[in-house]
Design a protein around this ligand. Structure first.
Ligand SMILES: [Zn+2]
Ligand SMILES: [Zn+2]
Length: 153
């Protein structure tokens, strides 16, 4: 049974503003305490697990106040009160990440650590090992010692 393909509409549908789920504000007239995602970031904050509480309408919609703005240039507004300080990865988290990256880019056969991830799940080793050629030296870390973590100061 062939299901008809869902057609994706390119143009936004017109939705009356009264049925909008979030409050909508026009640019320059939104209440204090609401900020956009970028403003949050500039304040060193993250939404803190909270979704947006309102929509900042796009410029075009300033001329159609009875319509809900569902255009891509709208922005989400977040409450500063609910925001939390941005989480800075701890040293332990960075190490864990680096270990994970190392595991994905190190060949178990030749123990070289490459600058890219290897097809370990399918091939189980690096291309040079699988096909029997010398890898070019600019594709892997030169030293065989474990790569020291370079932390940004
Ligand atoms: Zn709009
Ligand atoms: Zn290898």
């Amino acid at each position: 049974m062939a299901r008809p393909r869902k057609r994706r509409r390119r143009e936004a549908k017109k939705v009356p503003r009264s049925t909008a789920t979030l409050e909508e504000y026009d640019r320059r007239s939104y209440p204090e305490g609401l900020v956009t995602r970028r403003q949050l970031r500039e304040m060193g904050l993250s939404p803190g697990g909270h979704g947006p509480v309102a929509v900042l309408r796009c410029r075009y919609c300033a001329y159609r106040p009875d319509q809900s703005c569902n255009h891509p240039t709208r922005a989400w507004l977040y409450t500063v009160e609910l925001a939390r300080p941005k989480r800075v990865p701890t040293l332990a988290q960075e190490w864990a990440l680096d270990r994970a990256m190392a595991a994905r880019s190190t060949c178990p056969t030749c123990c070289r650590r490459y600058y890219f991830c290897l097809p370990l799940r399918t091939q189980g080793r690096c291309d040079p090992c699988a096909r029997g050629y010398e890898p070019s030296p600019d594709t892997y870390f030169a030293s065989t010692a474990p790569v020291t973590h370079r932390l940004a100061a």
